[in-house]
Structures are given as C-alpha cells and as structure tokens.
Design a protein around this ligand. Structure first.
Ligand code: UDP
Length: 323
C-alpha cells in the first residue's frame, strides 16, 4: 500500500481516482482549492480514515512542500481546465499549469517519488492527421488565440517532466487525456457531454457549435482512472508518454442525436456559430482521435465502453442528482 498525493483530487477525474486508490487500501492526501473541484465530489468518502483533504492552491509552494512529505506517488491532476475557462482567463491558465508543476517535480526529485503528470490531447493542437500517436508533431495556432495557451502550458509541463526524468532519474509517467466524460463532470467550462445532457433534461434545444461535424472520442472516467493507476504503477511505463482515451469516434452532431434519442426524441438541435459561443478569437479542433495502441501494449487494456453505455450512465447520474 502506498501514500499518494492527488492534486486536484476533488475535481471530476481526481475524485474518481481518489475513490479508486482509497478503495485499494492506499492512503490519500488530496490538495484542491475548489476552483473547479467540488466538495460534494468527495462527500461520500470524506470521513474515510485514510483520506486527508487539504484545501489550498497548488500555487502555494509552502503548502506543496508540506503535503509532499512521506508520499510515494504524486498524481498531478490540478490544472486550469476546460476550453471556455482557458479562453476566458489565459493568465490563470499559465500560472496554474506551469509554475506549480515545476515546483512539484523539484520536490519529487528530492524524494524520488513516482510522478504521474496529467496532460492532454490539446498538446496535438490542430494536427491534421487521422489518428494521433504519441510521436505526432504539436500543431498550435497563433499566440493571439488564447485556446492554445492550455495545450502549450501542458506541453511545457511534459518537457519539464521528461527533463526531470532524464536529469534526476525521476520516475515520471505522462498521460494525455482525450475527452474524458462521466458522472460529476459539469458543463460550466465548455464540456460538451454534460452540456448536452443538461440541455436535454431541461427540454432542449441542444446547442451544437458550427456544423456539428467536429469529431471526438469520449471515454468513461472509470476506465480512465483505472488506466492512470495501472500505468503509474508499471515500472516499464516510466519516462514515457501515453495517450489515454477511447478510439471510438463520433461527430458532435451524432453525439447530440444519441443524447436526444435517450432523453426525448422530440428535442431539437440548434446550430450556433463559434463566434457566438466563444467570441471571435476562438479556433476549434476539427478532429481528435487517439492511437491508443501504446497504452494497450503497456498495460494490456484500453478504454472501450460503448458511447451509448457511457451516455446512459451519465444521464442516470444527472437524473439522480436533480431529484
Ligand atoms: N461543443 C458544442 N456545444 C457545446 C460545447 C461544445 O457543439 O455546448 C463542441 C465543441 O465546439 C467541440 C466539441 O463539442 O467541437 C467538444 O467540445 P469540448 O469543449 O467538450 O471539448 P474539446 O473541444 O476540448 O474537445
């Protein structure tokens, strides 16, 4: 059993990871400032004897120094996330996503603890290839478009983590998430699945941006945290980068239809221009499909839950919290 620090452990993905690792008997310290994380995400396990919840920001260096003490593994998930939030506050994105990562890596290097870095498919930017392997080039747009600040900040985190691995032999594992969805995800920061489900449960319409022909792959958070935990504890995985997500693709228009079919077939779709949704300096990514064979080979599994099953699970959760 290990002692683990989970930054962002009250967030959407972090809370599922906290729950899983606690369930396996590990001791968990969560640091979260509840900017996008929610106390309610951990309320069902708040009294667990092996869980310590520290309210604070990862930008607080003194706090980080304290919480790292005695830890075997750091899962660094805290970040400014969500396309909407990132586009609205690029300064916060850079400050939250870069400096604290470097500080945490430095602390980890002093103790030699294992380090999982949560990165993102946003690092591929708008790479035009059909499917992205981990060795693909990064295709960011201009710095005048704030969206790219997120991918760039995470790319710098990756450079830092790999550099600490090379220089100090720090056992780092980097995972690039692709559109993770599931219970506890909220739509306030731009995430399409909770937004569509909220819109459908309120009677519609579902607001699809542009022509809805953008392509994404959605994976259930339970499968994602399983991959994170297994990958981080696989010695051969250390020092490398892995795409973590589903490779079953769907257009956003089709996604909207799948949600409508499940909630109320009379609901309509409303098509809205990007400029009306995000302002004029927004650029979207047209296609995003991961090649997850490296993950599959390394840990012998990859996320595979069908989209319909994922949507059913989230709709059931939304209905349960609404009642
Ligand atoms: N999208 C949409 N309606 C919404 C939110 C998003 O049509 O209310 C589209 C968005 O333009 C993008 C896709 O859904 O093409 C996924 O958006 P999200 O913000 O969930 O993730 P990301 O763009 O990071 O993949």
């Amino acid at each position: 059993m290990a002692k683990c620090l989970i930054t962002g452990g009250a967030g959407f993905i972090g809370s599922h990871l906290t729950e899983k690792l606690l369930g396996e008997g590990n001791e968990i310290v969560v640091v979260d400032n509840f900017s996008t994380g929610e106390k309610s995400n951990l309320s069902h396990i708040a009294d667990h004897p092996k869980l310590t919840l520290v309210t604070g920001s990862i930008t607080d260096q003194t706090l980080l120094t304290e919480v790292v003490r005695g830890v075997d593994t750091i899962y660094h998930l805290a970040a400014a996330v969500g396309v909407k939030l990132v586009a609205e506050d690029p300064v916060r994105t850079i400050e939250t996503n870069i400096y604290p990562t470097e500080w945490l890596l430095r602390l980890a290097a002093q103790t030699g603890c294992r380090f999982y870095l949560a990165s993102t498919s946003e690092v591929y930017g708008k790479n035009p290839k059909e499917k992205w392997t981990e060795e693909e080039d990064l295709h960011f747009g201009p710095t005048s478009k704030p969206r790219w600040a997120y991918g760039c900040s995470k790319a710098i985190d990756e450079f830092l983590a790999l550099a600490y691995h090379q220089k100090y032999d720090l056992p780092v594992v980097i995972g690039r998430f692709f559109n993770v969805v599931g219970p506890r995800q909220v739509g306030n920061y731009g995430m399409v699945v909770p937004r569509f489900i909220d819109q459908a449960l309120s009677g519609g319409p579902l607001v699809v941006y542009d022509d809805g022909q953008q392509v994404r792959c959605f994976a259930h958070v339970k499968e994602i945290v399983d991959c994170i935990a297994t990958l981080t504890n696989t010695d051969e995985a250390v020092g490398d980068i892995y795409n973590i997500g589903s490779d079953q693709s769907v257009s956003i228009e089709q996604l909207a239809k799948e949600v409508i079919k499940r909630v109320d077939p009379t609901i309509e779709i409303q098509y809205v221009a990007y400029s009306d949704a995000y302002g004029n300096d927004f650029e979207d990514v047209r296609r995003r499909i991961p090649d997850v064979s490296k993950l599959g080979k390394m840990i012998g599994k990859k996320p595979g839950m069908p989209l319909g099953e994922i949507l059913d699970d989230i709709i059931a959760w939304k209905r349960s919290v609404k009642d």
